[in-house]
Design a protein around this ligand. Structure first.
Ligand code: PLP
Length: 367
């Protein structure tokens, strides 16, 4: 029976398989911690990338404090996996979800969430009141710092929401979140830094406004792989939330460079060679996402990839023998988070020998 185990070599894996180069991954973690911890900020990595309590634990062991998730269903898996200090970075809205959050909070009181509306705050407060739970749920106000996704407008509108939350018995305002997702992939470093610092001034300015009006705002949280190094040294920022740095992808590499390495690839096999200069691999849309461009073959200069539907992809080249049927190639994903969401397991190896196998525990947890 096919049952890969630690100690096996990569050659024993069937394909497509998601593999992680442990030396590169560990170096990425060490680089991030070395770069950001000296600035004195808390590092709360976004676990929407790794989707694994095992990897969250590795990040905590390396210096992170807690983690972020996007969705409530991810929080359920992370807490059950022992990662209890969790911030849900998307609004929890609707009676079904609110009831689930209350149940999660009953078991794991360190769970926190963001809020960007009075309606959302009141609904959570009412459900908590009904639950009979005593301690308040910690919440952060989600502030729009320019991404124009969720988030209340900075300044007075955020203050009005703070006042509303202040009047609710079962919520405790502990901070603000302002995610500048629109800046993460700006290629020009100076432009990225300048715009990031401007967005951070808006966020910390809002935190100060709340403080001047009597609110205790210990946490000001923000940042991703493309901006965390700038956020960490912006006045008033207390916490950063990078996620992709641990594995990277071609989109991030093209934008921010090679400080972090591409440590995760999809191992694929050439299954057909229909014509000179073209080989077909067993990795298509169901193995590699395409929203941020096509994946790239690793260490095969001059060879390019296009998907050929769900299960196939073509690698093409101009000169030389290129690839033969049965060859194996490693594909570097173009967008890491949704690519990981396509796979069941990580096979983590060191120089070709599998050391650990991690389930993608929050795969499909989109609720
Ligand atoms: C709220 C929030 N914080 C942090 C991140 C982490 O970003 P990245 O994976 O680009 O480092 C994301 C990613 O989408 C996010 O939505």
């Amino acid at each position: 029976m096919y049952n890969p185990q630690p100690g096996d070599r990569l050659e024993s894996l069937d394909t497509p398989s998601m593999i992680v180069d442990l030396d590169l991954m560990e170096a990425n973690i060490a680089k991030l911690m070395g770069r950001l911890l000296p600035a004195g900020v808390n590092i709360r990595p976004h676990l929407k990338t790794t989707k694994s309590p095992i990897l969250a634990r590795k990040l905590i062991d390396a210096g992170a404090k807690g983690g972020c998730v996007a969705k409530l269903s991810e929080a359920e898996v992370m807490t059950a996996g022992g990662i209890e200090d969790i911030l849900i970075t998307c609004e929890v809205v609707g009676p079904v979800k609110v009831a689930r959050l209350v149940e999660l909070f009953r078991q794991y009181p360190a769970v926190k969430t963001v809020i960007d509306s009075e309606v959302g705050a009141s609904a959570l407060d009412a459900a908590l009141a009904e639950s009979g739970l005593k301690p308040p749920l910690q919440v952060l106000i989600d502030v729009n710092v320019g991404q124009n996704r969720t988030g209340v407008a900075p300044g007075e509108p955020a203050l009005a929401l703070a006042r509303h939350i202040g009047g609710l018995k079962y919520l405790k305002l502990v901070g603000v979140q302002g995610y500048e997702g629109h800046l993460q992939h700006l290629h020009d470093r100076q432009e990225r830094e300048g715009k990031c610092r401007a967005a951070m001034a808006v966020l910390s300015g809002t935190a100060d406004l709340l403080r001047r009006n009597g609110f205790d705002i210990p946490t000001v949280t923000t940042g991703g792989t493309g901006t965390a190094e700038f956020c960490a040294t912006c006045p008033g920022i207390t916490e950063v939330q990078p996620g992709s740095f641990i594995f990277m992808d071609t989109d991030y590499r093209n934008a921010v460079g090679r400080f972090y390495s591409n440590s995760l690839t999809i191992l694929a096999t050439v299954i057909s060679k229909p014509e000179p200069g073209r080989a077909v691999i067993d990795a298509g849309l169901k193995s590699l996402t395409t929203d941020s461009g096509f994946a790239e073959p690793k260490d095969l200069p001059g060879v390019t990839y296009v998907p050929n539907g769900d299960e196939h992809g073509s690698l093409t080249w101009q000169d030389g023998p290129g690839l033969a049927i049965g060859d194996r190639v490693e594909m570097i994903p173009s967008h890491i988070d949704p690519t990981i969401n396509l796979h069941d397991f990580y096979y983590a190896h060191r120089q070709g020998v599998i050391e650990e196998i991690w389930p993608v525990a929050t795969r499909g947890k989109v609720q």
